[in-house]
Design a protein around this ligand. Structure first.
Ligand SMILES: Nc1ncnc2c1ncn2[C@@H]1O[C@H](COP(=O)(O)OP(=O)(O)O)[C@@H](O)[C@H]1O
Ligand SMILES: CC(=O)N[C@@H](CCC(=O)OP(=O)(O)O)C(=O)O
Length: 262
């Protein structure tokens, strides 16, 4: 049975992903479980901006993006990080093809509502599913960098969780897997930190309001909520360094935090 999932790989965990993570991905691909990868790379962008002496700041979890910052974002995401992931997948024996949202106008974008304050940051308006499906049809794992483009050829920096959610929605895949540096959404119960096995939209809203979900977890849960309104049945947040994590999510379940409609 062919199954498809979209996987978002966060910059927080990319460098630490073991070779076995990509071997697991290869084995799933061989069984007909096909992945589409959308990746981040926030820490690598910050590191390069620092080396170049370019200041950047985050407003509401999104990077303030001037034209100068945009050049670095594109260089790091569509260049260094995208090719690093493609190389690692190929090393495992699977086939991968790297793209940014600019290529073939794969991710169409428009300025976010507060663009006057944060610059060239985009919201996704459309995803070219035919390109992604064509690449998958040729047996390659699409690896997508979250840069968007508009009709006037302006580029935008898009949060990778947001881009992955939009790709998952547009493809109507069963599941989105968010690979990050924590084992799921954590909550302190009776003084002890626990991973929640599943959460609903109502519970998420309450945890954002109380401050139990903050920072980089906010765009993940927002993207998850947006995609489960459509055909995507569940979003699972997991830690990438746990052995066999992908096949566990896809074939067994019971790992990480599942975000479901009800
Ligand atoms: N309730 C929560 N449970 C787990 N992590 C949380 C929670 N709220 C906020 N976070 C933070 O979200 C981070 C993951 O987001 P981020 O650093 O942006 O990762 P990525 O680069 O994978 O997108 C965690 O390392 C943690 O600091
Ligand atoms: C607008 C915006 O903030 N874009 C992000 C894109 C990369 C990203 O989202 O990477 P992670 O998934 O590793 O956080 C940025 O510039 O850092």
């Amino acid at each position: 049975m062919e199954q498809r999932f979209v996987m978002k790989c966060g910059g927080s965990t990319l460098a630490a992903l073991p070779a076995s993570f990509f071997e697991d991905l290869r084995d799933l691909q061989a069984r007909g479980v096909k992945a589409v990868i959308v990746h981040g790379g926030g820490p690598a962008i910050s590191e390069t901006l620092g080396k170049l002496g370019i200041e950047s700041e985050f407003v509401g979890g999104l990077r303030k993006t001037s034209n100068e910052v945009l050049d670095v974002v594109e260089m790091v995401l569509a260049g260094r990080i995208n090719k690093e992931i493609v190389r690692r997948i190929q090393q495992s024996g699977a086939k991968a093809l790297g793209l940014s949202g600019v290529d073939g106008e794969l991710i169409k974008a428009q300025p976010v509502a507060n663009a006057a304050e944060i610059g060239f940051v985009g919201d996704v308006t459309d995803v070219n599913a035919a390109i992604i499906e064509g690449v998958m049809g040729m047996g390659y794992i699409p690896v997508i960098a979250p840069i968007g483009i508009d009709a006037a050829a302006q580029r935008y920096n898009i949060n990778a969780d947001t881009a992955a959610g939009a790709v998952a929605s547009r493809l109507g895949v069963e599941r989105m897997i968010v690979v990050t540096d924590v084992p799921g959404i954590m909550k302190t119960v009776n003084g002890e930190k626990q991973v929640l096995p599943s959460v609903t939209v109502v519970e998420i809203e309450a945890m954002i309001a109380s401050g139990e979900i903050y920072g980089g977890m906010i765009p993940k849960v927002r993207a998850a909520i947006a995609c489960i309104q459509g055909d995507v049945k569940e979003v699972v947040i997991v830690n990438g360094d746990m052995p066999g994590v992908l096949s566990k999510v896809v074939l067994e379940g019971g790992i990480g935090t599942r975000i479901v409609q009800q």
